[in-house]
Design a protein around this ligand. Structure first.
Ligand code: SAT
Ligand code: MN
Length: 580
């Protein structure tokens, strides 16, 4: 097979010349192709068959133990001008980066097959969707990309029609962490990644394309590529409003997007549109509209059970690829927080011994087609996307941030997003539990200078007067004994329903220095087991602590020098005045 797109044909030829594969395979995305790849990977040991009685068509993949998460310190934005990448990114000169990568790619595919993966991020008929082609030597990447994107013939046809596509070159190389790099060349819509076979490092349609390259493209084209889930919230009267919510990796986006409302709050229903990435455009009617560029979920396994996320748990009982989970004696997948079963083999493939750490890797994952989700939104594939009523920002904050607050307006909301902070998680290598600024949950994913990115966000106030309301939420407050103060999971619906009713204009709030918080009586607490004092603390602010926070946000904004929009600094001094 080949293509009528001359640029694609030429690129594949060039890459083959450099990497010297034994074979070239153009992926068509068919069932037969997928089956053949799985059969081949079972033979090579790249996949392990799980218990087919309990988990039909489920497989386990074990990655190299040194290759289990994104590597932010090895991820670069390579623009001509360093300033354009900003202090939020590692930067390398494009000529230097290309030379370095070309040397690493030389002969890298010897003895391997080169797979050409045409894919479309977003509904194939959507004007907001964008295409790419990933070249890889990893069959694991191929079978994952098939789940995560519209992959194969239809995408290739669209590429041939549109003429444009993002080029993503990937090789697992020799998995040596010293020869591992994830390079982005946004000016040429190009990605080069070598030395890792894991998640966001290797499935290039996901963070590399749909966030880093897309955010850069979105800035020039007037839209937003965001690290957000998208969900529909249906109220008891049958009305559905859509929200998008940005939380850092492994902070519960998948759980929130699939939430099942508590039984003591009848009549509400949640619909999942997406669980990780959101592309926002202003429609011709001035309404902000969202599409999910992904077709599947690459979700965190640990903690997922019938209580925390029944929809996800149901979704992953069949046709799922598990990565780095543990096994029970009868070959069922197992992870910490499963609540049933006993691990016998750990994620490395060794007999499980608690002395060696958790049975499943904390960043172990499931890859599954979104359509298997019982609450998959009937509008998830709408070409025009879904209309967004509210945007939520949030993170893990043991202290300080109340359960929920509402920004005063869009401009204030951009400050709320820019000033966001969260504790680091196992989704990236490095220390876990350290609070860091993570603007809009995009710290690892924004393909250009955060200062310019905030300016781009602010500019939407000039594009339309129908902008969504903006909120900040924090499910992770802890008391002095380190107990979570808010039950979270399904009970988060109580916060979502307040937000829904705020959009309707039917519920109250108290104005505070940092924004509008619900009064205790504004939140539906029927059937909720929570002490009035705890609720009071969750719904109030500590002015002293917030004064310190505002100082720190100010210092952070200053790190971006002349790129920081004056409007944002004005907003911050307004908050400061209100706190005085
Ligand atoms: O590894 S991924 O980037 O795909 C998952 C995540 O960190 O959100
Ligand atoms: Mn993510």
């Amino acid at each position: 097979m080949t293509t009528t797109n001359a640029a694609l044909k030429q690129w594949v030829e060039e890459v083959a010349k450099l990497t010297q594969p034994d074979k070239i395979h153009w992926c068509n995305g068919s069932d037969a192709e997928n089956k053949a790849l799985i059969e081949q990977m079972l033979v090579t040991g790249d996949l392990i068959k799980l218990n087919q009685k309990t988990h039909p068509n489920c497989y386990l993949h074990r990655s190299n133990p040194t290759d289990v998460a994104r590597v932010e310190h090895l991820t670069f934005i390579c623009t001509k001008n360093k300033d354009e990448a900003g202090p939020n990114n590692n930067w390398m000169d494009p000529a230097e980066a290309n030379a370095k990568m070309d040397a690493l790619f030389a002969g890298a595919m010897k003895g391997r097959t080169l797979y050409v993966i045409p894919y479309c991020m977003g509904p194939i008929n959507s004007p907001y969707a964008r295409c790419g082609v990933e070249i890889t030597d990893s069959p694991y990447v191929v079978i994952n990309m098939r789940i995560m994107a519209n992959m194969g013939d239809a995408a290739l046809k669209r590429i041939e029609r549109d003429g444009v596509f993002v080029k993503g070159l990937h090789s697992i190389g020799d998995l040596d962490p010293n020869k591992r790099f994830i390079m982005h060349f946004p000016e040429n819509l190009t990605i080069k990644s070598i030395g890792s076979g894991y998640g966001g490092n290797a499935l290039l349609g996901k963070k590399c394309h749909a966030l880093r390259i897309a955010s850069y493209q979105a800035r020039t084209e007037g839209w937003l590529a965001e690290h957000m889930l998208i969900m529909g919230i249906q109220n008891p009267a049958g009305k559905t409003r859509y929200i998008a919510a940005a939380f850092p990796s492994a902070c519960g986006k998948t759980n929130l997007a699939m939430l099942i409302p508590p039984s003591n709050i009848p009549g509400w229903k949640i619909w999942t549109v997406g669980d990780d990435i959101c592309w926002l455009n202003v429609g011709s009617d001035g309404q902000m509209r969202a599409i999910n560029p992904e077709a599947g979920y690459f979700g965190v396994a640990p903690g997922t059970n019938l209580k925390t996320n029944p929809n996800a748990y149901t979704t992953i009982q069949h046709d799922t690829i598990f990565t780095n989970v543990a096994l029970t004696a009868d070959n069922q997948p197992w992870w910490e927080g499963m609540k049933e079963g006993t691990p016998v083999i750990d994620w490395r493939g060794n007999p499980y011994d608690p002395k060696n750490g958790p049975a499943a890797h904390p960043n172990s994952r499931f890859t599954v087609n979104a359509k298997q989700n019982p609450c998959y939104s009937p509008h998830a594939d709408d070409a025009d996307g879904v209309p967004i009523s509210a945007i939520l920002f949030g993170g893990r904050r043991r202290e300080l941030a109340p359960l929920v607050y509402e920004a005063r307006d869009w401009t204030h909301g951009v400050l709320v997003g820019a000033g966001m902070a969260s504790e680091t998680t196992a989704a990236a290598t490095g220390a876990v539990g350290v609070v860091r600024r993570d603007s809009m949950a995009m710290k690892p994913f924004c393909g250009y200078n955060f200062g310019d990115y905030w300016q781009h966000w602010l500019s939407f106030a000039d594009r339309t007067d129908k902008l969504p309301k903006i909120y900040h939420v924090n499910w992770f407050r802890q008391d002095k004994d380190n107990n979570f103060m808010w039950p979270g999971f399904g009970d988060n619906l109580r916060v979502l329903s307040w937000i829904f009713d705020r959009c309707e204009g039917t519920v109250g709030a108290q104005e505070t220095a940092i924004g509008n918080l619900p009064n205790a009586q504004d939140l539906n607490t029927s059937g909720l087991d929570i002490q009035p004092d705890t609720l009071k603390e969750l719904l109030s602010i500590n002015k002293d602590a917030w004064r310190t926070e505002v100082e720190q946000i100010g210092e952070y904004l200053n790190e971006f020098g002349t790129h920081t929009p004056a409007k944002l600094k004005d907003q911050l001094s307004d908050v400061k005045k209100r706190l005085a």
